[in-house]
Design a protein around this ligand. Sequence first.
Ligand code: PLP
Length: 427
Amino acid sequence: MPFTANRQFKAHPRLLARAEGMHYWTADGHQVIDAVAGLWCVNAGHGRREISEAVARQLSVMEYAPAFQMGHPIAFELANRLAAIAPPGMDRVFFTNSGSESVDTALKIAIGYHRARGAGQRTRFIGREMGYHGVGFGGMSVGGMVNNRKFFGSSMLPGVDHLPHTLDIGHNAFSRGLPQWGMHLANELERLVALHDASTIAAVIVEPISGSAGVLLPPVGYLKRLREICDKHDILLIFDEVITGFGRAGKPFAAQAFDVTPDLMTTAKGLSNGAIPMGAVFTQRKVYDAFMQGPENTIELFHGYTYSAHPVACAAALATLDIYTKEELLTRAAALSPTWEDAVHSMRGLPHVIDVRNYGLIAAVELEPSAGTPGARAFEVFLKCFERGVMVRQSGDVIALSPPLIVERGHIAQIVETLSQVIRETA
Ligand SMILES: Cc1ncc(COP(=O)(O)O)c(C=O)c1O
């Protein structure tokens, strides 16, 4: 089982059998409120008929079409719809099937871009400690989650270095929204550029807000500073928006929420509401144009997946975008954020709570690790919450929350009340 304590699970299975709106139902009929949008992906809530009907329709019209040397209309329709909500200039889209594939695709595009411009020696990547960019060899290498890396030791991509992460509870505990301290951490990029020389570096990749490592927020001004340094040295900036894309941060993309435009942006998850696997890499027009040279009948990018722009996934994504637009879900997190912030910060002062952090409709409650067993306390909280009808996500000693963007105030109250009660009872 993926990222699962197999033996614990098999001894005490947690089986989800049905879903509707904000809720799952277990195989034995218990209702569970979904405080993590499945796995940060079901942004429009569960059981959306518009999506299942679009999928059924597409399956009956054309279940599959190849995207190598061929195309189909709804792939282009979807790309255009996505470009219309993307940050300025990001109007080229490459379709994948997951976040991990989006990341590996973006890394390859970055290398290809420099090569096409005569800078083939720019192959190095700069990631960040505690970053999560999926589980492909590229994403694992630029990522910075120790457990995801250490088992695979020497199989990392060569030529990767890492910025320091931005989590500093000493300076920023219980910040509401973006932390004030830490912008200077972006200057570490200058140090890495001086060490490796800009002429060897293809791209910097960061999550605007890290989710999987336990919700790490960018300090005020940090992302702008990264952008400035990348511009100065002609290094591409990649935002991994697999979690933050599609409304999580209160704008369609976190790039817009933070007013910093990257050169490439990786997405997945909320793109199709989790209904059908799909990812997309957005690029600035200049990146696309750099590849468009040489004889017209040559392939410009030697990369792609059998299921790139899968018609059924495209149909699911188009129906998802319709819901996002009609229900104004891509900005709803901004409107709800003050309520969300007050609710989650009410957990300050509970036993073992050493930090609460939030942005948009994301929050983390960090617990003091129990002596000698890091992660055990938060895992117990996760299990007890589930027993009491609330599904949260545990990462190390952090409980992460990211409900579907259709969440109402009553749901927020229920999630926070249950979590508070469980934290109080967990030694
Ligand atoms: C920022 C980020 N990038 C990439 C991924 C990998 O996505 P997937 O699991 O769809 O491969 C994730 C998954 O959580 C993610 O959070």
